[in-house]
Design a protein around this ligand. Structure first.
Ligand code: FE2
Length: 564
């Protein structure tokens, strides 16, 4: 039996934790081993704060001449101040090619609601200094979150991250996925990449399929100054959406995965491994498992439940095309039956049961679901949907229908034919909760039965939205706030609208869609959410461009809701 030296202990701990070094107070301030020559070009990050713990992250790139398989050792420090005059904890950590030289430490035994500073130290270089914060306990008056999704490198610079990094008062940053995109250099949203200096590099210019590809893509994204600044400014609480694996992922495949690209589950495992290596996340079942749904308590004010509506449980998306006859007719009956199938799921039974149980036991004043796809009912008149598909070939019926709807809302009488035009609605996006309506209704009923104050945040659409969440009886059960993309193009690009027409369509959609309170269809940015005892406030912050790192805030919009 070998003696349990400190070195062996660290090795054993690394093996047991799947590569994350757990630092308890007992290990604090032990003499660090001599660090290796390493640099930290991808910055630092922290994440998954608890009342007494937080994950610290960096990547320690070995100096030239370092043996390809040799480990790299660096020292980490956690201090009360950003000058590191009051260092509270210090330790050594070893990484290597097995985890792409990324370093993750789960620092435990910390104080609640406390700001800490951290850095990593190599033989002759230091990382930038990161700032993080633990979650509060007890009575909490306010929680402030920044919410992001959909940062697509070739589409532009991550100025939305940079804007949020200028502020110091975030309790946490929520990232709702599409942190990276899997496409090749000539794929989605790459048209201007060369012109603006965001082309994918030659050694990572194809669609990413294997572990080496995914790792390189993360390394590229992490060179963005705005992203580095935000990671250094506040702890992230992140979930993936589809593009961390491939477009429109579901539990057994993805729209952007074909048999020629190899086994889907092998690809997914590589994608998840790289995600765990590069994100400051503490997966609740360890890094060998794909489960990332997990909860965070912000004292007695807010319980946050991060969900996976994408990878582990989702049934395949329905597709309108599957219900179109050769003559262009739509089989509404068959489509309706498929949509009403009670077995269709986004969450999968295990996660769904976990969420039901967790919500039932939750004591927080607000219950916040951090998840990927829009939950609100986005039911558009069928005529408007058809005009989206026709891409301007037919006359746009939207202005006329908006007028009719506005008239009916003001109590003016409509003809039967006019009422029928408004009443024939279809869900706009079958990849969202609208395509899984039975499971959504069950969730709404559960929340209403438990009398919870429900707020949902979503990403995925690249646009800003605010929805009332209503059940099938029309009862308001919660509120939804959706964040615009960091750079990915939104509806304005898909429908080829200029700024003025996009603003007009946004106003029209808010009239036509019953539960939609606000939307912005053409600007990039992020969303701030502020909770207190009485109300929740959403502030959407938009930026003026993503073509260079010179930018300014181009406006904002605020919505305040009192308790539901
Ligand atoms: Fe996206």
């Amino acid at each position: 039996m070998s003696r349990l030296t400190r070195r062996n202990f660290i090795k054993a701990a690394l093996a047991a934790s799947g590569g994350v070094l757990v630092s308890t107070p007992l290990q604090a301030m032990t003499r660090p081993e001599l660090p290796s020559e390493a640099s930290f070009p991808h910055g630092v990050a922290s994440g998954d704060p608890l009342q007494d713990a937080v994950i610290l992250w960096t990547r320690a790139v070995p100096a030239t001449g370092h043996g390809a398989q040799d480990p790299v050792k660096v020292t980490w420090e956690l201090a009360r101040d950003n000058d590191f005059t009051d260092v509270l904890r210090r330790g050594s950590v070893e990484t290597g090619p097995r985890r792409d030289y990324t370093v993750k430490i789960d620092v435990q035994g910390l104080e609640p609601d406390t700001r800490y500073y951290y850095r990593f130290v190599g033989a002759s270089e230091q990382s930038p200094v990161g700032r993080t914060k633990t979650l509060p306990t007890g009575s909490v008056e306010q929680v402030k979150l920044a919410v992001f999704s959909c940062s697509n490198y070739p589409a532009g610079y991550f100025n939305a991250y940079a804007l949020a990094a200028q502020r110091e008062d975030w309790d946490a940053v929520l990232h709702l996925g599409d942190y990276i995109y899997e496409y090749a250099a000539d794929g989605y949203a790459t048209e201007r990449s060369a012109e603006i200096g965001r082309a994918l590099p030659a050694d990572n210019s194809g669609e990413i399929l294997n572990l080496a590809d995914y790792r390189k893509r993360y390394a590229l994204y992490r060179t963005d100054a705005g992203l580095q600044a935000l990671h250094a400014a506040a702890p992230f609480i992140a979930v993936w959406d589809d593009h961390e694996v491939a477009n429109d992922t579901w539990k057994e495949g993805a729209e952007n995965h074909s048999a020629e690209e190899g086994d889907f589950f092998e690809r997914r495992a590589a994608a998840i491994q790289a995600y765990y290596e590069w994100l400051p996340i503490r997966p609740p079942m360890g890094e060998s498992k794909p489960q990332i749904y997990r909860s965070f308590q912000f004292g007695d004010l807010l319980d946050l439940h991060m969900l996976d509506t994408r990878v582990i449980g989702r049934d395949q998306q329905l597709d309108f095309a599957g219900y179109l006859g050769e003559d262009g007719s739509f089989d509404g009956r068959a489509f309706g039956a498929a949509l009403a199938n009670p077995d269709r799921t986004l969450l999968g039974p295990t996660q769904r049961n976990w969420l039901a149980e967790t919500l039932a036991q939750a004591k927080g004043h607000w219950q916040l679901l951090g998840q990927q796809v829009l939950m609100g009912k986005m039911h558009l008149p069928a005529e408007v949907m058809m005009s989206f598909y026709s891409q301007g070939k037919k006359e746009d019926p939207t202005p006329e229908l908006v007028q009719l709807k506005a008239a009916s809302l003001q109590g003016q009488p409509l003809t039967e034919a006019q009422r029928a035009r408004l009443a024939q609605v279809v869900p706009y996006n079958l990849d969202a909760w609208d395509g899984y309506a039975v499971e959504r209704e069950a969730l709404y009923r559960h929340v209403a039965a438990q009398s919870k104050n429900l707020v949902v945040v979503a990403g995925d659409t690249h646009n800003a939205w605010c929805n009332h969440l209503t059940d099938d009886s029309g009862k308001l059960v919660g509120l939804e706030f959706a964040t615009p993309s960091v750079t990915s193009p939104g509806m304005e690009s898909y429908l080829k609208l200029d700024e003025k027409s996009a603003a007009e369509l946004a106003r029209g959609m808010s009239v036509l869609i019953d539960d939609l309170q606000y939307c912005n269809l053409h600007q990039r940015g992020f969303m701030a959410l502020t909770f207190n005892r009485e109300q929740v406030q959403a502030d959407w912050h938009f930026i003026d461009n993503i073509d260079s790192t010179e930018f300014s805030e181009a406006g904002s919009h605020s919505v305040v809701h009192s308790l539901v």
